[in-house]
Write a protein that binds this ligand. Structure first.
Ligand SMILES: [Zn+2]
Length: 90
């Protein structure tokens, strides 16, 4: 039996740099290139970055899992509010 624990580290950078990094980590190079060109911005994706349920502005980027594939995941990086657990995507 094996268990794995995911370590949380802050993703540094300005909002659009973070968005491009997260897209690249999810093998979304095309979307990342749109961010680089200013055609997609963090503000487009997440407004002021506030959770619609509780107003928190800190998010965990969820790993894309096997279950996401099996459940027809949209391929977009899911994010979870660190305060209330609300899940949306970038
Ligand atoms: Zn929340």
């Amino acid at each position: 039996m094996k268990f794995f624990q995911i370590t949380v580290t802050e993703i540094e950078g300005k909002p659009n740099e973070i968005l491009a990094k997260v897209y690249r980590q999810n093998n979304m190079e095309r979307a990342a290139s749109f961010v680089d060109k200013g055609e997609i911005t963090m503000e487009d994706r997440l407004g002021e970055g506030k959770c619609t349920e509780c107003g928190n502005t800190e998010w965990d980027v969820k790993p894309f899992t096997y279950n996401d594939y099996m459940n027809g995941g949209n391929g977009k990086p899911n994010i979870e509010c660190r305060n209330c657990g609300y899940i949306t995507h970038l």
